[in-house]
Design a protein around this ligand. Sequence first.
Ligand SMILES: [Zn+2]
Length: 145
Amino acid sequence: MRDKRAIIIKNPRLQKIRNNLRDVIIQAYHIQWKTMFDEMQKISRDRHGKPRSVRSMEVDEIKFYRLLQEQQKEMSSLLDRSILICITCGKGHRDMVYNKAYDAWYCTECYGMERLSAQERVKVKRQRTKSHEGEAIQSHSKTFL
Ligand SMILES: [Zn+2]
């Protein structure tokens, strides 16, 4: 994929279809996440709902629990970096811009604000002393210019 790519849909009917498709996928994500959470609860709780100590769990239970944790973490990361939601504000019913440097999608509003900030930082760049924080901000800004 290119370094930056904007997906803009102007037709309101197509926007509605896009938003509904995003909602369906996000709902599927939440259903899967909840299913995994329930499985983890079965392992980590006794039949009275009280937390079990790790020592009382079987090795296979611990392995399965850790596997579910990893899968949830991976799913969350995929959702966060998908075109379904803006990585900054979390909103989904918006046009999106891809930023390859962060392998993430930003809504046009957040991307616009990042770009504006980056342009302002370029103007004052020469006044700033060199520091790790300053270099990190400068590096971040470059990805939006
Ligand atoms: Zn946003």
